[in-house]
Design a protein around this ligand. Sequence first.
Ligand SMILES: O=c1[nH]c(=O)c2ncn([C@@H]3O[C@H](COP(=O)(O)OP(=O)(O)OP(=O)(O)O)[C@@H](O)[C@H]3O)c2[nH]1
Ligand SMILES: [Mg+2]
Length: 195
Amino acid sequence: MKLVLATSNKGKVREIKALYKDFEVVPYSELIDEFEIVEDGKDFKENALIKARAVFKALDDEDVIVLADDSGISVDVLGGKPGIYSARYAGADATDKDNLYKLIEAIKTKGFDSSPAHYTAAIAIVTKDGEYSVHGWMYGEAMAKAVGDGGFGYDPMFIPLGYDKTLGELDDETKKSISHRAKALSLAKVILQTL
Ligand SMILES: O=c1[nH]c(=O)c2ncn([C@@H]3O[C@H](COP(=O)(O)OP(=O)(O)OP(=O)(O)O)[C@@H](O)[C@H]3O)c2[nH]1
Ligand SMILES: [Mg+2]
């Protein structure tokens, strides 16, 4: 089955391809020019649906199945921030590194070395026949320092529950077996198999 990904995030594309080996996974940028999608939903699910719908419409092909991921990290001592604003935490054009170091500084400023935190991933699927969405979560500790360079985004500061290393230090296989994205994609697979 061919699955078009409505994302411009190369880290997500890599992880989704690794988890969906039995699908033909194609980022939408290989089919049409990338365009800006305004993510103005009130939660992860709405933003995932906004992205999947936008790409489904732009592709203008009834038979295509589009999948989008909207995700982020929520830090308890910051009242759940940055949450749905994780990609733009340090500003509209922020890089992963800008966001990472801003979050580290925010935890330090509150007077903590670390905080309980969790990642959320909402996966949306849009086809001509309907729309679907599922979620996955990964709990752990956000450290006020970065260690390792694996994964992407905030991974160098996140220690999953039950581990003593950050996702920046752990290998891709470990993240694949416990991540918010892996859990949501495993639920999404059940839906895809019915299409
Ligand atoms: O370290 C991380 N490991 C992860 O597993 C992970 N999942 C999400 N995130 C962060 O959350 C934001 C997503 O925002 P987001 O869903 O809008 O994606 P995006 O804007 O990067 O691409 P797109 O899919 O919208 O095109 C980005 O800042 C990501 O760095 C992660 N960080
Ligand atoms: Mg985005």
